[in-house]
Design a protein around this ligand. Structure first.
Ligand code: FES
Length: 289
């Protein structure tokens, strides 16, 4: 079935669904391609930082933690897949596979980032999971019409989708969003209690989840309290404090940071120090300001 016939043969409800899903997925790819921070380690919108935040609360956090060392590759894969799924859906190229991909991607996002949203219907990932599943089941039920032949023409059509995905990712870089727009607008003016001041002695450390949802670590020395993000500025793995060496170490590729000297890089592939987190004392509590 060619493109024109595919639109003509579809009922209006399916056309609306197809347009919405296809356009949304292309937009999702564009949103990442035009975000200069998405593939830049250390940026607040870096894919590794996002995955690290997901890992702190997701029911599949253990799996996300294992993927963190490949954050950049995962980010590229997700961005290209979004362009490809959206284009394939609109252009009727392997549409059943595209719908299956859309379903798998939405389900993964639901599990990773919005599983704990209550009530569940406030998380758009759950709605997209069901929309893609419904569309996939419809196409699968009529798959004789939507199958793609594994011949030269089929190869060309799939290559077209791949070319669109790569072109979308490249063109997106030419229209970067301003950094202000790219940074998540999660500015939260409320303070977050970390630990009771009296219970946190000199020399102690305390891990916590920051207001941004990412892992962090608090220190107290004779000179005061301070905290850093525990998200490695290389690919986003979580760093751990080594009490013997007094360093923060990343198990993924071996970066080492000095928490007592601005979390500067001592070794490994990271180029930037760990992000500092604002800390204050409020009443009996040490808080993230
Ligand atoms: S993620 Fe590569 S060294 Fe930390």
């Amino acid at each position: 079935m060619n493109l024109k016939t595919s639109w003509k043969n579809q009922l209006w409800p399916l056309r609306v669904l197809r347009i919405w899903l296809g356009v949304t997925w292309i937009y999702a790819g564009w949103d990442k391609a035009s975000d200069p921070g998405f593939l830049t380690s250390g940026s607040p919108t870096f894919i590794g930082t996002q995955l690290s935040a997901y890992a702190t609360s997701s029911p599949v956090g253990f799996a996300i933690n294992k993927m963190l060392e490949h954050s950049t590759q995962i980010g590229i894969f997700v961005m290209l897949s979004e362009f490809a799924i959206g284009a394939a859906t609109l252009l009727w190229i392997a549409p059943t596979w595209a719908a299956l991909g859309g379903f798998a991607m939405s389900l993964s996002l639901w599990l990773a980032s919005s599983w704990h949203v209550k009530p569940y219907f406030l998380a758009s990932d759950s709605a997209y999971t069901i929309l893609w599943l419904s569309y996939f089941l419809f196409l699968y039920g009529s798959r004789r019409k939507s199958n793609i032949a594994l011949d030269r023409r089929g190869f060309l059509r799939v290559s077209t989708v791949a070319a669109i995905a790569i072109a979308g990712a490249e063109v997106g870089k030419l229209f970067p969003k301003s950094s202000a727009a790219a940074v998540a607008t999660g500015a939260n003016s409320t303070v977050k209690k970390i630990v009771k001041d009296a219970a946190f002695k000199v020399g102690a450390t305390q891990t916590f989840v920051s207001k941004a949802g990412t892992p962090a670590i608090l220190f107290r020395t004779k000179t005061g309290v301070f905290a850093y993000s525990a998200v490695c500025t290389h690919e986003g793995c979580t760093v751990q404090f080594n009490s013997a060496s007094k360093h923060l170490q990343c198990g993924c590729h071996g970066a080492v940071f000095d928490p007592f000297s601005g979390a500067k890089v001592l070794a490994g592939p990271a180029n930037a120090p760990l992000a500092k987190i604002k800390i204050a004392t409020e009443g009996a509590w040490i808080v993230e300001a």
